[in-house]
Ligand binder design. Structure first.
Ligand code: ZN
Length: 199
């Protein structure tokens, strides 16, 4: 599968992360599996101490590999790079959502399958929907909220699962990063990464 993916250097990934992670080599394994039911086509985890991208080949065909293979690999590599920075664990559901917006926002931006530079002017209605849902969810997850644990867990899950444009936390975070990149370039995104999720 990897042979079918263009793995040339990515200018955004390199410009943002190279100065942050100088001299720290990052080794990544890719493990292809088959026969796993949907919905996960790829995910990442630590396997015996090595960052590993698992690819569920049952959900990929040649045309999908050509159109989505590179964005998916860029997305997962971004998660590994962010993990190198050792941020504190979130303590509350509200902080968990802020972490999703941060981590998934950056990974979705780097791995966006379309044109990253015009993203800020595209998809206005999807953007507004995700941002409105995010502010409602942040209120619903606050310490004053009356929601049950199960309802809070469902809200958190929806922030980053389901159809692409409906993952409100990831999508709102992606547009936030797109605005930062368009205004301040890779330096701005790097400052955002160093500062960490808003708490
Ligand atoms: Zn992700």
């Amino acid at each position: 599968m990897i042979a079918g993916i263009d793995l040339d250097r990515d200018p955004v990934l390199e410009a943002v992360f190279a100065p942050l992670l100088k001299n720290k080599p990052l080794k990544i394994n890719v493990v292809a599996l088959a026969g796993i039911p949907s919905p996960y086509d790829a995910w990442c985890s630590l396997l015996d101490g090595t960052h590993t991208i698992f690819v569920n080949l049952s959900l990929w065909d040649v045309s999908r590999i050509q159109s989505k293979g590179r964005p998916v690999i860029l997305h997962e590599i971004t998660h590994f790079l962010l993990r190198q920075l050792n941020r504190p664990e979130p303590k509350t559901p509200e902080q968990q959502l802020q972490d999703i917006v941060f981590d998934e926002g950056i990974a979705h931006y780097v791995g966006y399958p379309g044109n990253r530079l015009s993203l800020g002017h595209d998809r206005i209605s999807e953007r507004q929907k995700a941002e409105q849902e995010l502010s409602r969810a942040l209120r619903a997850l606050s310490t004053r909220s009356k929601l049950s644990q199960a309802e809070k867990a469902a809200l958190l899950r929806r922030a980053n699962t389901g159809p692409y444009w409906e993952k409100y936390g990831a999508i709102a975070g992606m547009f936030l990063v797109s605005d930062i990149y368009n205004k301040d370039g890779p330096d701005g995104v790097r400052r955002y990464i160093v500062k960490g999720p808003s708490r």
